[in-house]
Design a binder for this molecule. Sequence first.
Ligand code: HSE
Length: 313
Amino acid sequence: MSGQVRRAVRVRAPASSANLGPGFDCAGLCLALYHELTVREYGGRGFELHNSGEGADSLPEDETSLVYRALGTAFGRTDHRPGRLVVESHSDIPLARGLGSSAAAGLAGLAAGFALAGLEVERPALLDLAMGSEGHADNAAPCLYGGFTVACRHPAGVRCARLPVPEGLTAVVAIPDFTLATSRSRAVLPRTVDLADAVGNQGRLALLVAAMATGQLDLLADAMVDCLHQPYRAPLVPGFEAVCRAALAAGALGAALSGSGPTIIALATGGQTDIAAAMAAAWAGAGIRARTHVLEVDEAGLQVELIEGDSAT
Ligand code: HSE
């Protein structure tokens, strides 16, 4: 790596758990598991990407990579013509498991691109851009803002509200050793739903938001029940009901499919080790190996740091 660095930025983008039961395509929780991107810009032209961490062996390191495309999207909205870019991309977020790895990678690339161009882009604009590529914002919103978020489309852009989570609330994620592409998990959803299912979900989502806002955590078990996506996706996730039941029996406050799966998330304020063990055992009972993590909720969201160069263009 030769030449002098003109500017370098580091971005830390968190994992996220979308839906949280009834909040299909709108609710999400930011988790303390990260994708870290460091981009150094030198004189000349060229692009080098070095992946490490989760899924590094299967990820492209050329112009087809999500990070490269996101950097390009950001530069395309500025008049910055980048020099030679050297990118270190390290992710601890498992791929295609329902933990927002794509949203984190895309937002990290966007934020790094704007920072290299010397522009401070506000979160609502980043969310609109991310929504453009993902189609729904329930991973991008918590990744950007941290905490618990609800977000929905509006003709003028994505509307998003963020709540801090009640003190002590943590997530136990049980991540099976198989992947499930969001496209496959969306393909099984029906085009229309029963009115009673829609009304039920609407009530439980309101309850979920109220439980988070007021700290009435005993509401979570009922509030996290879903009729819009989980019943259709359960056949793609063998052991789904058993793992949720095991989490609740071991003391979890609520349990749901994380995003489009196959990870299952349980929320708890205590007994996390027992809950994790019960979830892994239930999955083993369905013939599936799973790893578990106890994760804090990340309240800060995406972080961007200029590590070399000045902030003005
Ligand atoms: N809300 C999305 C879904 C999250 O459940 O399909 C995955 O991107």
